[in-house]
Design a protein around this ligand. Sequence first.
Ligand code: FE2
Length: 237
Amino acid sequence: MEAAPAPFLASLVNELERHPVNSNAFFETFHVRVLTRAQLRTFVRQYHYFCKHFVKLLEGLLYRTPVEQVDMRSELIKTLHSELGSGNPQRAHIRLLNKFAKSLDLDEVDLDRTVPIPEVVAYLGLLHRLFIESDHLTALGAEMAVEVTAGSEFRYLYPGLRQYSAFNEDELLFFKLHLNEEQCHSAWLIDAVQRTARTRDEYDRVAAGARETADGWQQFWSGLYREVFESAGLRRE
Ligand SMILES: [Fe+2]
């Protein structure tokens, strides 16, 4: 049985769960509005671009984590294993997302031609700096924030997408599966922080990485909102 999170960690997790990114305007609007096909294609292009690069950044984080940080590496490996389908390559998350994109007539060649919007580039740059160029505690805080805040999007995106008769359950599996998977990832990363950060200074570095990441994630969705809802999703189509 794992020990309860230290008060500092419990309060940081609570802060991340209450961060405004968890109920941002993109999620709320996507949930209730019927999007045009062009808007859905714009959304999936940008989101796929992010997901495809994110998993490589996570691999980079694992490589950069000092060898003696076994607890942290162990939890990162579990998260990566899950991202890659938990031993079943057909269930690798990027393949499931490709399947959804295919239902909008976007194949991998089309997706490779996506031009990311500035906010997607900025968020990937932020994660690169925190995961790859920072100390392992700042990086760990950043990755914990990614996983703690990731669950929210699926509570809006999956029900939102179920409104469309055009998509079957198999095509929506990426979104459905993340409702549960993100809870595991989140628990694993919280556990990694608990077993890795020991002093107040170390916790402060975790918190700094976490807060910067949650704020960056909010900017990411603001950009998506503008691109999908204010540009009518047409500019990059
Ligand atoms: Fe995933």
